[in-house]
Design a protein around this ligand. Structure first.
Ligand code: KG4
Ligand code: ZN
Length: 332
């Protein structure tokens, strides 16, 4: 079944054609250069740019797959969670297409899509497995019991890991989105130069909290500015990264210990982080657990992961009609 998938939940307009786990095309048009001027995503601008890009991006995805609209068997779309105006562009476009073509419409949860990116890179992967989902908006440990059966074991109480990376990067004068930039700089600095406290959520030891460590970096930068001191940015990046990666690794290990999965997957934009991949590789090797992550180009937002998850949702009976709406927040 050839699925045309649409993703517009944040600042990437993406369309893909997938067939089961096979990706026939995956076109991603990023808005990053526009939002960079403002130091973060401006929701209104994101919506407008999605409107401009959605048709050319979709037609390119069809062309690259060697198809026309008539060859599409089903239309899938990210309808939750995300920026509401941005999501609505994709949802309304997908509804229009499904109605015009007379094909089924399949709504997909954005984070389910991120998890499904692993099925593309690892064709033999099957649930159950534990997944650490780390993106700009989410930080969760998820028990993936089936393709459409999820249990959230841990969540962040405040900032997501990607959000913390981006905010720390911003206060250090790095361009948006700072995550990838922090990754590179952290390789050049001393991870023990600064001591940031690893956050603990009392009563819920698997949960995350990153706002404290983020605020510590903000205070450090402001203090340096006021006293005229020059911060060694690579040292701050390395120390900050060490703290975040240490917490993510420790909680993933505790969940493996508690729930006994033999496979750990990574998902979301922060899954691209080289320090996180290295730390999890060492931990899982020590425990004799298999570690899998999506190919780097599938870690960030893309429609291929939405199409692949949509095939599982469809098999499970998921269909939407013309009353489908977008949701800014939604449980997995
Ligand atoms: O999954 P994603 O593309 O969008 C959301 O669903 O949020 O994740 C974007 C986040 C941003 O915060 C970005 O800075 C972060 O992923 N990111 C990274 C790296 N590459 C992207 N964070 C740390 N290290 C990276 N290499
Ligand atoms: Zn995402």
């Amino acid at each position: 079944m050839r699925i045309l998938a649409i993703e517009t939940s944040c600042d990437e307009t993406s369309a893909a054609v997938t067939d089961g786990r096979r990706v026939l095309s995956n076109v991603v048009s990023t808005q990053i250069s526009v939002h960079r001027v403002y130091g973060g995503v401006v929701p209104e601008i994101a919506s407008r740019l999605h409107i401009e890009s959605i048709v050319p991006v979709t037609e390119q995805a069809l062309r690259e797959a060697g198809m026309t609209y008539a060859d599409v068997d089903a239309v899938a779309v990210t309808n939750r969670p995300g920026l509401i105006g941005a999501l609505l562009v994709g949802v309304n476009f997908a509804k229009g297409l499904a109605a015009a073509l007379g094909r089924p419409l399949i709504p997909v949860h954005h984070m389910r899509g991120h998890i499904a990116a692993n099925y593309i890179t690892h064709p033999d992967l099957e649930p159950p497995f534990l997944c650490l989902t780390v993106s700009g908006g989410h930080t969760n440990l998820v028990a993936v019991r089936g393709y459409t059966d999820f249990e959230t074991l841990a969540r962040t109480r405040d900032d997501a890991a990607g959000e913390a990376f981006d905010k720390a990067a911003r206060v250090l004068g790095l361009p948006y989105p700072g995550g990838a930039e922090m990754d590179k700089l952290a390789s050049l600095g001393n991870p023990d130069a600064y001591k940031f406290t690893a956050p603990v959520v009392h009563g819920s030891p698997l949960d995350f909290s990153f706002s404290g460590v983020k605020t510590a970096v903000v205070n450090l930068a402001h203090h340096a500015e006021q006293t005229g001191e020059t911060l060694c940015v690579p040292d701050v990046a390395a120390s900050f990264t060490k703290t975040l990666v240490g917490v993510l690794t420790a909680h993933a290990e505790a969940a493996l210990e508690q729930y006994g999965f033999d496979t750990l997957c990574l998902a979301g934009g922060v899954a691209a982080n080289s320090h996180l991949r290295g730390s999890l590789a060492a931990m899982t090797e020590r425990r004799g657990v298999r570690l899998l992550a999506p190919a780097l180009e599938l870690c960030g937002d893309n429609a291929a992961m939405i199409g692949v998850q949509a095939a599982f949702e469809y098999a499970d009976g998921v269909r939407a009609d013309m009353s489908l709406n977008a949701e800014a927040t939604a449980e997995l």
